[in-house]
Design a protein around this ligand. Structure first.
Ligand code: IPE
Ligand code: IPE
Ligand code: MG
Length: 261
């Protein structure tokens, strides 16, 4: 029957080996989604959580091993107190309501971002989520919350400097791998694909170090409307890209040179 492509069509179009191993998403547009409907921003954020649920499920189904979601930036503290409280409340609610299901679905949860200025009960929920899901390896869900890439990089530099000052680390041993290991994302592969919704085209202080060779995909869709079809489309576009990492394109696949003049 003609109509929307089925998941099987997708499997045929984009074989598993061509899919990104790690997808990172800047979930943007909750406020505009609400505004367009005459609703409160809070409702936009609530619907954003529904989109998170759909996306985590879809990414699992599509065999994406690593999914990283940008939930709250260190700069988001500059929003009105009410909105900050709503966002904190939604993280609490998400962990409380979804943790058991995530754990039973083989998802390991990891939260990156500073913890020192979060409410004690949120810190406890985060620690609990990480501990209870620690045995899972199938899917790694990382939530960037109270996260700033520059802060993460500066923190890593300080950590290494402290170890060097204490005589535990030879300064000459600091290289890219050692540095990457001092970041909060230690152990995670770099994102292959970074998606941003809502039409904005910037990183907003997200995974600066880790995205050095990521492919970027910008979608006009507002985050609360993001669903499996949007994710599949992004993966399909990714699968068609040629990643070069500074090398030369495959000789056979390159543009033929017209020698006829
Ligand atoms: C994304 O939606 C959620 C967070 C940044 C926490 P926004 O709240 O930024 O929505 P817009 O950009 O105002 O539409
Ligand atoms: C980035 O979105 C942060 C998150 C998605 C959590 P923002 O909406 O805060 O980004 P800017 O301010 O438009 O760059
Ligand atoms: Mg925004």
């Amino acid at each position: 029957m003609p109509g929307a492509p089925t998941p099987d069509d997708f499997a045929a179009r984009v074989p598993r080996h061509a899919r990104p191993r790690h997808i990172a998403i800047i979930m943007d547009g909750n406020g505009r989604w609400a505004k367009a409907r005459g609703l409160q921003r809070k409702t936009g954020h609530e619907q954003g959580v529904e989109a998170v649920r759909r996306t985590v499920r879809a990414a699992g189904d599509l065999g994406i091993g690593y999914l990283t979601l940008y939930g709250f930036s260190a700069e988001n503290w500059s929003r009105p107190e009410d909105e900050v409280n709503d966002l904190m409340g939604l993280l609490r609610m998400y962990i409380r309501k979804d943790l058991a299901e995530l754990v039973s679905n083989g998802v390991r949860i990891r939260i990156i971002g500073r913890r020192d200025n979060l409410a004690p009960d949120i810190i406890k929920l985060i620690e609990d989520a990480e501990t209870r899901s620690a045995g899972n390896e199938e899917h790694i869900l990382t939530i960037a919350f109270n996260y700033s890439a520059r802060q993460e990089i500066a923190d890593a530099a300080r950590k290494l400097a402290e170890r060097a000052a204490a005589g535990e680390l030879d300064v000459r041993a600091i290289d890219e791998a050692v540095f990457a290991n001092a970041l909060e994302t230690a152990g995670l592969p770099d994102p292959d694909l970074v998606i941003r919704t809502s039409g904005e085209k910037r990183l907003s202080n997200f995974l600066l170090w880790q995205s050095a060779y990521a492919e970027f995909y910008f979608d006009e869709v507002l985050w609360p409307d993001f669903d499996r079809a949007h994710l599949e489309k992004a993966i399909e576009v990714y699968a068609d890209r040629e990643r070069r990492f500074g090398g030369r394109p495959d000789e056979d696949g390159g543009e033929p040179i017209d020698r006829a003049g």
